[in-house]
Design a protein around this ligand. Sequence first.
Ligand code: HAM
Length: 429
Amino acid sequence: MSVYQHITGTFDLLPDTYAAGGTTFHSTAAWRALEQHIRQLAIRFGFQEIRTPILEPTELIARGLGGATDVVSKEMFAFEREGTRYVLRPELTAPVMRSVVERRLDQKGVQKLFYIGPCFRAERPQKGRYRQFHQFGVELLGSPDPIADAEVILFMLEVYRSLGIENTKLRLNNLGDAASRAAYRDALQTYFAPHAELLSETSRKRLETNPLRILDTKLPHERALLEGAPKLSAFISDEASDHYEKVKSFLRDAGQPFVEDPYLVRGLDYYNRTAFELESPDLGAQSALAGGGRYDGLASEIGASVPIPAVGFAAGIERLFIALEAKGFAFAQPEVPDVYVLGLDPDSEAVAFGLTQHLRRAQLHVRMPLKKASFKNMMKEATSSGATWLVLIGETERQTLTAQVKHLARREQTAVPFDALLDFLTQNA
Ligand code: HAM
């Protein structure tokens, strides 16, 4: 029988860092440290954690993100069971909004929520693009004010800056409100209709279903056609323009550089007004570290009886790792024990086991061998564990209630009574 393999586009995270297929998969210790850093920063910025299920109703995601988006039309891991349709969440904005509406959190005033967790999209896997990947992000709900947009954007940037990633580019665009977008959609369709045969198959489809996404094209001849196309900015209301100007002014006041990109449209349909992406030159083809924007219409789209203005962003953690690697970041290493306790005969092993539990209760990180081996091999294991101290217990030590304590790096050995062991280990650390 052949050995089962992980599903393409997913990966295991292991205690130690490993490389496979040209990608480095960092240790769970490195992931934990990075997640902890993000959590602490989010909390310092006044965001509170929300955890929603991995499974959501397919209808929520399809309605929320838009049926014509790539994510909904091509990339959902969806299935049906006993008449209910489920999807593995491809993102968290719609799920978070579902939760806020369902639990009436919006009635408690402005909500600042953050999350970290896995998402699933059936994309073609490559470096920085996976089928199970991890996002961190925030959603700020209940404020229509431009300062909320700036708050979200500045938090996003601070995550990268606090980790030493400074070479990013913030791109901004104003998508206007629903009415402007509908009018612009018609204008684009009218403009492109006579040129339809010059468009790629993807863009021809988008012309029917989602014309704004044509702005996203990387093909030079389509870019050239776009030069002559109507501009979204011409369709935007004074109110939406004013909002956008204020967001930019908050960013300028904060000393945050940005570039405006009239072709930035984002791949999900719920956005209005501010849209943004953060790019890194270290990511190659998958250049987006993070992206987000305002989505004032989403709550109503998924059935809320009152509108809930909202703005947020999400970022890929795998891409954050790639950007950190490029900087030569010193990733957290797997934890090493403070103490390794070795009982040299069966009776001593029982004493060692008791001591081990005692020291652990006192907050020390303690390991002991859990399999019979020769003295030489146990010593080898103790040394390679990286422990600071080795505590040895043999027949004499058992009888005198005194352990031999060795500092493994300094190679110093001391006899320490059992009842003084904890003090000795903590005071001589
Ligand atoms: P998104 O642009 O689809 O937005 O995804 C956000 C980030 O997730 C991307 O910039 C990228 O770093 C990462 N990402 C997306 N797909 C993959 C993948 N297949 N493999 C690895 N990383 C990936 C959203 O998801 C919105 N919910 C963001 C948002 C929050 N808008 C408002 N609030």
